[in-house]
Design a protein around this ligand. Structure first.
Ligand code: HEM
Length: 217
């Protein structure tokens, strides 16, 4: 049983979506405001290394939105609350948006547009290579997220392509784990959440396969 009728579509479009959109911008607004008002000084609220703080903060929000996007389908499956699906694309795009901010902070604040150094980093440091691959994956998913692209690619090919979000989730966790030296709890928690979300989908796919083709209703 679904609860599609619980929220009228107009309320989702004109109230819930703008609210989710505005809430998703709060972390960026907070870090931008704190950075500007404290002048990026080492004794400010962003700690002794504010540039590292900003870069990591934006990376954290990119992976959080990515895992949130991956959580939409399982939560819908468990609760039967279908209106949730209307937020999946927006949440996924926010993952890409925060990834763009994270990468921009690395290029602008950390490397000062030194493209030779950036290229050296991508080739030499494995966690940056993984981050780069992940960024390209997210960019291709964002670029093909429109209704027009679904039509152009065809639903079947589009669905296949968008399975890359699972690879992006794993790559984000790997990037996080590799970046932190040694075994640390935080990246392990994110990887655990990702494993549960992907495990749920695998179990659902196996159950569907075991049931066999369903008669048309
Ligand atoms: C071109 C792509 C990318 C580059 C160059 C990059 C670079 C970096 C750098 C330099 C750090 C911090 C290293 C340090 O402070 O020592 C970092 C950390 C991180 N990045 Fe990325 N990254 C990229 C893509 C991504 C993507 C796509 C995601 C997520 C979807 C992501 C999530 C994170 C996370 C979660 C952290 C750790 C934050 C923390 O320690 O709390 N990164 N990345």
């Amino acid at each position: 049983m679904t609860r599609e009728t619980a929220i009228p579509p107009q309320t989702i479009k004109y109230v819930a979506k703008p609210l989710v959109f505005a809430s998703a911008l709060i972390p960026l607004a907070w870090v931008a405001w704190t950075a500007i008002s404290s002048g990026l000084g080492p004794a400010g609220p962003l700690g002794a290394n504010p540039i590292e703080y900003i870069n990591r903060f934006l990376g954290d929000w990119a992976i959080r939105f990515l895992l949130l996007a991956l959580a939409v389908t399982p939560v819908r499956g468990i609760t039967g609350w279908t209106p949730l699906m209307r937020f999946r694309r927006m949440i996924g795009l926010f993952a890409f948006f925060y990834a763009c901010m994270h990468v921009s902070s690395y290029i602008v604040l950390d490397q000062f547009f030194d493209w030779t150094e950036i290229w050296k980093d991508i080739v030499k440091r494995n966690y940056i290579t993984v981050g780069m691959v992940n960024f390209v994956l997210l960019a291709s998913l964002a670029a093909t997220s429109t209704k027009g692209m679904i039509k152009r690619l065809g639903a079947k090919r589009w669905t296949k392509l968008h399975k890359l979000i699972y690879v992006a989730g794993i790559a984000a966790c790997l990037h996080f784990y590799m970046m932190r030296k040694g075994v640390q709890l935080e990246p392990i928690i994110y990887a655990g959440i990702c494993a549960v979300l992907l495990g749920y989908r695998m179990a659902a796919a196996w159950r569907k396969k075991a049931r066999g083709p369903q008669p048309a209703q």
